[in-house]
Design a protein around this ligand. Structure first.
Ligand SMILES: *Cc1c(COP(=O)(O)O)cnc(C)c1O
Length: 425
C-alpha cells in the first residue's frame, strides 16, 4: 500500500481531504484510502497491485459488474461520434422511452448529471407545481448535497458525524421538516402542524444511506395516503434502489406509486447521470415547457446515454440477473447472520435483494437513532480485517454492500470465511 499512501499524501495538498467525495475517504474507519487503478468483473485493483472483491461497485452503478463488455462496447461506439454536442440526440429519446416503459409511474423524464441534481430539481418542480415551500425529509435519508436536503442526512454526513452541513443559510433549511423513518406519527404531526404548506415529501423507499433500513409494514402505503389527502407531491428517491430492486425499482417491489421519482447511479452505467420524472402534469411545469427552470450543458450527454441505455437494456432483457444478485445477497446476508449468531456478537444484519448492511449494534436498526447506536470503531476494525483479506467493503458503517451480476458463489463463500475469522468462529 506504499503507493496509495504516497498518492494520498500528495492528494491532500491539492484536494480537500485528498478525495473528490467524502465517502471515499477512509476517515470513518481510521485508515487511508486505497487508490484504485482498474476494475474488472467482481474485482477492483489498487495501485499497489492488490486485488479485492468489490462490494461497492462505484456505490451501486456497476450492477452488471465492473467493465461489463456490453456497456463498454456501447461507450466505444459512442465516443467516436463526438463526446458532446449540447444539442438534442436520438439517444435521449431512446433513454426517456426506456425509463418510462420500465417504470410505470414515469410518464415524462428529464436527464441530469447526478443524483443531487435530480433530487434538487424534483423538489423545485414540486414547489413550482404546488406553489408551496415546505418539504418533509427523513432523518438518515440522503438525497445528495443540495442545500435544503443537508439536514439530518445520511451517508457521508452521518459517517463523519455532521448532522447539518456548515454553509447552508438558515433560510435554505427552514422549510425542511424532518420526520423519523418508519414512524408514521412523526409524519402525521408535521402535516397537522403545517396544513396546506407542504409541497413535497421525499424519501428513499428503501433507505440505504444510514446503512440499509427497510420500511416496515404499511409505512409507505400510509405515506402515499397522507400525501394524497394533503395534495403533497410524493418523491421516491430511487437513486440506489432504481433498477436494482427489480427493473421497476423499490416502487415496483413494494407496490407504491410516487408522483415523482429520482434516479442516478445505475441509470448511467457508471457515467455521471441522474434523472427525475413522473406524472406528466407535474413534469410539464419544467422549462421550456413550463415556468420551473432547470438546465444542464452536458445533460443527456451522448456517451453517458449510450452507457445507461446499454445497462438498462441488459437488465430489461435478462431478468435472471435479478435472481442471481438477489440470491447472492441472501447467501451473503444469511451467512453473516449465522456467523454473528454463532459468535454471539452484538450485531444485526439488514438485507433486501442485492444490498445489505452489517451493523455493530445489538438493537434492531429501523431508523436514524437506532442506526446511530452502532459501534463505528468496531466496524472500522471489521473493515480493516476484511480489506487486508481482499474484500473491499464501504469504508464506513452507514452504507450498503452492493452485489453485482459478476459476483459468484465462490466470492461470497470467500467473504464469509474471512468474516467468520474476524468473529472468531
Ligand atoms: C447517491 C445518492 C444521491 C446523490 O447522487 P449523486 O450522484 O452522488 O449526486 C441521492 N439520493 C440517494 C438515495 C443516493 O444514494
Amino acid at each position: 500500500m506504499n503507493r496509495s499512501i504516497a498518492l494520498f499524501e500528495e492528494a491532500q495538498n491539492y484536494i480537500p481531504g485528498g478525495v473528490n467525495s467524502p465517502a471515499r475517504a477512509f476517515k470513518a474507519v481510521s485508515d487511508t484510502p486505497r487508490f484504485i487503478e482498474r476494475a474488472d468483473g467482481a474485482y477492483i485493483y489498487d495501485v499497489d497491485g492488490c486485488q479485492y472483491i468489490d462490494y461497492i461497485g462505484s456505490w451501486g452503478p456497476m450492477i452488471l459488474g465492473n467493465n461489463n463488455p456490453v456497456v463498454l462496447k456501447a461507450v466505444q461506439e459512442a465516443i467516436v461520434k463526438g463526446l458532446s454536442y449540447g444539442a438534442a440526440t436520438e439517444a435521449e429519446v431512446t433513454m426517456a422511452k426506456l425509463v418510462c416503459e420500465l417504470v410505470p409511474s414515469m410518464e415524462m423524464v428529464r436527464m441530469v448529471n447526478s443524483g443531487t441534481e435530480a433530487t434538487m430539481s424534483a423538489l423545485r418542480t414540486a414547489r413550482g407545481y404546488t406553489g408551496r415551500s415546505k418539504i418533509i425529509k427523513f432523518e438518515g435519508c440522503y438525497h445528495g448535497h443540495c442545500d435544503s436536503l443537508l439536514v439530518k442526512a445520511g451517508s457521508g454526513l452521518m459517517n463523519s458525524g455532521i448532522p447539518d452541513s456548515a454553509g447552508v443559510p438558515e433560510g435554505c433549511a427552514q422549510d425542511t421538516l424532518t420526520a423519523t423513518y418508519n414512524d408514521f406519527e412523526s409524519v402525521e404531526r408535521l402535516f397537522e402542524e403545517n396544513k396546506g404548506q407542504i409541497a413535497a415529501l421525499i424519501l428513499e423507499p428503501i433507505a440505504a444511506n444510514m446503512g440499509v433500513v427497510l420500511p416496515d409494514g404499511d409505512f409507505l402505503r400510509k405515506i402515499r395516503e397522507i400525501c394524497d389527502v394533503n395534495q403533497t407531491v410524493l418523491i421516491a428517491d430511487e437513486v440506489i434502489t432504481g433498477f436494482r430492486m427489480g427493473i421497476d425499482g423499490a416502487q415496483g417491489l413494494l407496490g407504491i406509486k410516487p408522483d415523482l421519482s429520482t434516479f442516478g447511479k445505475i441509470i448511467g452505467g457508471g457515467m455521471p447521470v441522474g434523472a427525475y420524472g413522473g406524472k406528466r402534469e407535474i413534469m410539464e411545469m419544467v422549462a421550456p415547457c413550463g415556468p420551473v427552470y432547470q438546465a444542464g450543458t452536458l445533460s443527456g450527454n451522448p456517451v453517458a446515454m449510450a452507457a445507461g441505455i446499454a445497462q438498462l437494456t441488459e437488465l430489461k432483457n435478462h431478468p435472471e440477473i435479478y435472481d442471481h444478485i438477489n440470491g447472492l445477497g441472501a447467501m451473503l446476508c444469511d451467512g453473516l447472520k449465522e456467523i454473528i449468531s454463532e459468535a454471539k456478537a452484538g450485531c444485526v444484519v439488514n438485507h433486501i435483494g442485492s444490498i445489505g448492511s452489517l451493523f455493530f449494534t445489538g438493537k434492531p436498526v429501523t431508523d436514524y437513532a437506532s442506526a446511530k447506536t452502532s459501534d463505528t470503531a468496531a466496524y472500522g476494525n471489521y473493515f480493516k480485517h476484511m480489506l487486508k483479506g481482499g474484500v473491499y467493503l464501504a469504508p464506513a458503517q452507514f452504507e450498503a454492500m452492493f452485489i453485482s451480476n459478476a459476483h459468484s458463489e465462490e466470492n461470497i463463500k470467500a467473504t464469509l470465511e474471512l468474516a467468520a475469522r474476524f468473529f472468531g468462529v
